[in-house]
Write a protein that binds this ligand. Structure first.
Ligand code: PLP
Length: 371
C-alpha cells in the first residue's frame, strides 16, 4: 500500500481532478452536499419553533445513528470535541492521568484529553492503517504502568486495527475510547467502528461525510452509561416539569433540534454518499496507482478524505503549491501533535511511521460528486 513511484505530472493531475468533478472552477476538499431535503427539514423545524434543546429530531437522529452503527444507544452532542471530552470523563479519566493517543490526528483528540486536565502520551501509528499501532501500544504499555486510557483514531475514515488494540487494552486493564470523528460508515471486519469502546465519538462538522453544521454523537452498548452521558450533556438536570435541580456540575453539550433536523436530512443520504465516495476511490486508485492510500484489506472504509503519497516532503510541498495555485484544494496531514508547542514536552515513544506519513501524505478533493 505504501510503495511509491517517482512519476507524477502535477498539471495532468490538476486536469484529471477537475475532470473527475466535471468542472473548470475551483475544486474544494470536501464541501457539504445539500438539496431541497435539508431546506425542507430545517424550515419545518423553524416553523415548529422547537429549534433548541427540546424537540423530537434529536431523538430520531440518535436512533438512526445507533441503528446504522449497530450499537444500543447514541447520544447527540454539540460537536465531536465535546463528545470526546465526555467519553474520556465517562471512562474515568481525571486530573493528572496519562492518556495514550496517536501523534497523527486532528488536535481535538489531544485537546479533549487536556480538557480532563490529563496529559496526552503519543504512541506511533501503523503505516498501512495510519491509526494507532497495537504492537507499539503493547510495547509501550509493557514499559509504562501509569496509563489510564487509550484513544485510537480511524484516520481519514480508514479503520485501525481496533480489535488488536482492544485486546492490548484489556490485557493491561486500560480504558479504551475510539475517536470515530472521521469514520461514520467505516467497518472493521464487518462491524461498524465505535463498537469496541463505550462512548465512541463521531463528528458531524461541516467537512464530514454527513453534517449537522456542528455536531457530534457518542455510541454506547452500555445503556446505563448512555443514560448518564445524556444526563451530563443536559447540565445534569433532574427531569421535572418545572423544577431546576441538578445532580452535579454537568455540561451544556446537547445537540440543538435545529442541527438534528439537518442531520436527519443528511442521514437519509448516507448510503448514497458512501457509494459515491467508494466510486471516487476506484477512479483515484486507477489514476494514482500505488500512490493512492487505500483501505486496509480487513476493513471497509467510508473514504472520507482520499489521500495520495508523494516521494518526500519537498515533492509534497511542490504538489501542495501547484494544486492550490491551480484551483484544486489539497492539504497535508496534520502537523504531528508532539511537534506542537503545547504538546512538545509530552511523553512519547518512537514515532517514525507517523513522521513518514506526515512528510508524504496529501489529501485530495473527496466530496460527493453531483454529476
Ligand atoms: C480526528 C478528529 N477528532 C475530533 C474531531 C472533532 O470534531 P468536531 O470538529 O466536531 O469538534 C475531528 C474533526 O473535526 C477529528 O477529525
Amino acid at each position: 500500500m505504501f510503495k511509491t513511484k517517482t512519476d507524477i505530472d502535477f498539471k495532468e493531475t490538476v486536469n484529471f481532478i477537475k475532470g473527475v468533478f466535471n468542472t473548470d472552477e475551483y475544486v474544494p476538499l470536501h464541501p457539504p452536499c445539500f438539496d431541497e431535503k435539508e431546506k425542507e427539514m430545517v424550515c419545518e423545524c423553524i416553523d415548529s419553533t422547537f429549534v433548541s434543546s427540546v424537540g423530537k429530531n434529536v431523538t430520531a437522529f440518535e436512533e438512526s445513528i445507533a441503528k446504522f452503527c449497530g450499537v444500543k444507544r447514541a447520544v447527540a452532542c454539540v460537536n465531536g470535541t465535546n463528545a470526546l471530552h465526555l467519553a474520556l470523563k465517562l471512562n474515568g479519566v481525571k486530573e493528572g492521568d496519562k492518556v495514550i493517543t496517536q501523534p497523527l490526528t486532528f488536535i481535538a483528540t489531544a485537546n479533549a484529553i487536556k480538557y480532563c486536565n490529563a496529559e496526552p502520551v503519543f504512541v506511533d501509528v501503523d503505516k498501512d492503517t495510519m491509526g494507532l499501532s497495537p504492537k507499539k501500544l503493547n510495547d509501550y504499555l509493557k514499559e509504562h504502568q501509569d496509563i489510564k486510557a487509550v484513544v485510537p483514531m480511524h484516520t481519514f475514515g480508514h479503520p485501525c486495527r481496533i480489535d488488536e488494540i482492544k485486546t492490548v487494552c484489556d490485557k493491561y486493564g486500560v480504558a479504551l475510547v475510539e475517536d470515530c470523528a472521521e469514520s461514520l460508515g467505516s467497518f472493521y471486519k464487518g462491524k461498524h467502528t465505535g463498537n469496541w469502546a463505550e462512548g465512541s465519538a463521531i463528528s458531524f462538522n461541516g467537512n464530514k461525510i454527513i453534517t449537522t453544521g456542528g455536531g457530534g454523537m457518542l455510541l454506547f452498548n452500555d445503556e446505563k452509561l448512555a443514560d448518564y452521558a445524556k444526563h451530563l450533556t443536559t447540565q445534569a438536570k433532574i427531569p421535572h416539569r418545572w423544577e431546576f435541580r441538578h445532580s452535579e456540575s454537568g455540561y451544556n453539550y446537547r445537540m440543538p433540534n435545529l442541527n438534528a433536523s439537518l442531520g436527519l436530512a443528511q442521514f437519509s443520504k448516507l448510503e448514497r454518499f458512501l457509494a459515491n465516495k467508494r466510486e471516487l476511490a476506484a477512479i483515484y486508485r486507477e489514476f494514482f496507482g500505488e500512490r493512492f492510500v487505500d483501505e486496509p484489506e480487513f476493513a471497509k472504509s467510508n473514504f472520507w478524505l482520499q489521500a495520495i503519497l508523494l516521494d518526500n516532503r519537498a515533492q509534497r510541498d511542490e504538489f501542495l503549491t501547484y494544486t492550490n495555485d491551480n484551483g484544486v484544494m489539497t492539504r497535508p496531514a496534520w502537523c504531528l501533535m508532539n511537534e506542537l508547542e503545547m504538546f512538545k514536552n509530552c511523553e512519547h515513544g518512537d514515532l517514525s511511521n507517523a513522521k513518514w506519513i506526515e512528510e508524504r501524505l496529501v489529501n485530495i478533493p473527496s466530496g460527493v460528486r453531483v454529476i
